[in-house]
Design a protein around this ligand. Structure first.
Ligand code: HEC
Ligand code: HEC
Length: 353
């Protein structure tokens, strides 16, 4: 083999290598068009918050969160093209609305007060009656309900398929556009709505002297067992709820039987999911039916010991040992307002583009 031939052979070999490499690059780029991209998304955990349990197959990625947000704010999800999830879950009110009961399409009204969407990644059931166990399963209800978005899901899927941008976003986020992935994307966005940056958190976790005297007294009334108010026995922990269902004595006879509608158990009549109190200052009116207009009315309700009901929790009662004074009531309300997290409501990542 002379020198010229050797050079030719080497050139041939390197051509093969180059062609081979080229083909690999091509294959990889084809694969990346079909396979979802998964840019990591890191959830910022405030102090005191445990790591949430995320369902397998719907782990956070930036692509999924971005798609979920776009869907959450898209009015095409309603039959008349006027309502998005955000119509009843407005960020400025900690993702709820100000109506006593929410208005759906064509001004049809439901029977329950819209719920704030806050720290849902840690919730173990959804709706006032806890009727669904996961966020992914929850979304079909408002989407199709006649008094909410009233949307025909098959028609919605056809509309999304015809939209090149959605097609590409779904492909990147989940690999394909289908109903299951629609619910997954919205759930993924909802789990990013984390609120734990209130003045209470500065006081409690960072030991900062940010409370006024009144707020400090309210804090003691809320948490301290000596006053027999027991607020924290239900609204305790990092998210101000113990996730149970309770009857807090709102009525002697309930028009909406709450948890009973799911379990059919007599002992569940008039029981509702204990709501988180984070951002409660922003979420009026209050209770499952929006019947109490202000925090003052709520405190008055508890101070009165509530109405008689066989299922009323023993923790809601008139306090023989400690009668609330007018100042106590003011202090309690002032404490509840320390749970407001302004960062949460103005955060750019939570709001429409
Ligand atoms: C017409 C107003 C309205 C619209 C639109 C609406 N919701 Fe709701 N949402 C409500 C009401 C009312 C409740 C309480 C319902 C119940 O308890 O039966 C609720 C409850 C929820 C809950 C349960 C929260 C918890 O803590 O248990 C979630 C999550 C939620 N909605 C998400 C959504 C999403 C996502 C969309 C869009 C697909 C949406 N909602 C559209 C009014 C609305
Ligand atoms: C036995 C458990 C229990 C105790 C004790 C309790 N709550 Fe509640 N709280 C609930 C339940 C359940 C609801 C929702 C009831 C409903 O919608 O009918 C609620 C609702 C509320 C709401 C309205 C939240 C919203 O989003 O509508 C506020 C505010 C509140 N409670 C504050 C307090 C305060 C302050 C105390 C102490 C004085 C207290 N709670 C004691 C169970 C309890």
């Amino acid at each position: 083999m002379d020198h010229g031939e050797r050079v030719r052979k080497r050139l041939e070999r390197s051509q093969w290598i180059i062609t081979g490499l080229g083909m690999m690059v091509m294959l990889l780029s084809i694969a990346s068009v079909w396979a979802p991209s998964d840019t990591p998304y890191y959830l910022n955990l405030p102090p005191g918050f445990p790591e949430p349990v995320i369902p397998a197959g719907n782990e956070f990625t930036q692509e999924r969160v971005a798609l979920g947000k776009k869907l959450f704010y898209d009015t095409r999800l309603s039959s008349n093209g006027k309502l998005s999830c955000a119509s009843c879950h407005n960020p400025i009110h900690s993702f709820t609305d100000t109506a006593r009961v929410s208005m759906g399409v064509d001004n049809k009204s439901g029977t329950r007060n819209s719920m704030p969407l806050v720290n849902l990644a840690w919730a173990s059931s959804f709706f006032w009656d806890g009727g669904v166990p996961t966020l992914e399963m929850q979304i079909r209800k408002p989407l199709t309900s006649h008094v909410e978005m009233n949307r025909d899901v098959a028609a919605l899927m056809r509309d999304l398929q015809a939209d090149a941008e959605y097609k590409s976003l779904f492909k990147k986020a989940y690999g394909s556009l289908n109903e299951e992935n629609l619910y997954k994307a919205i759930a993924c966005f909802e789990r990013t709505l984390v609120s734990g940056n209130s003045r209470f958190d500065f006081y409690f976790y960072y030991k900062q002297p940010v409370f006024s005297e009144s707020e400090e007294r309210g804090y003691k009334l809320f948490f301290d067992g000596n006053y027999k108010l027991h607020c924290a026995s239900c609204h305790g922990g990092f998210n101000f709820t113990n996730q149970s269902f309770q009857n807090n004595g709102l009525y002697e006879s309930y028009a909406d039987q709450g948890r009973y509608l799911i379990t059919n158990l007599e002992r569940d009549k008039g029981k509702f999911k204990v709501p988180s109190l984070r951002n409660v200052e922003l979420t009026a009116p209050y209770m499952h039916d929006g019947s109490l207009k202000t925090l003052e009315e709520v405190v008055e309700h508890y101070a009165s010991g509530g109405k008689n009901h066989p299922n009323k929790s023993p923790h809601v009662h008139i306090h023989q040992a400690y009668q609330l004074t007018e100042q106590d009531k003011v202090d309690l309300v002032n404490f509840l307002k320390t749970l407001t997290d302004r960062d949460f409501i103005y955060k750019r990542e939570h709001r429409p583009e």
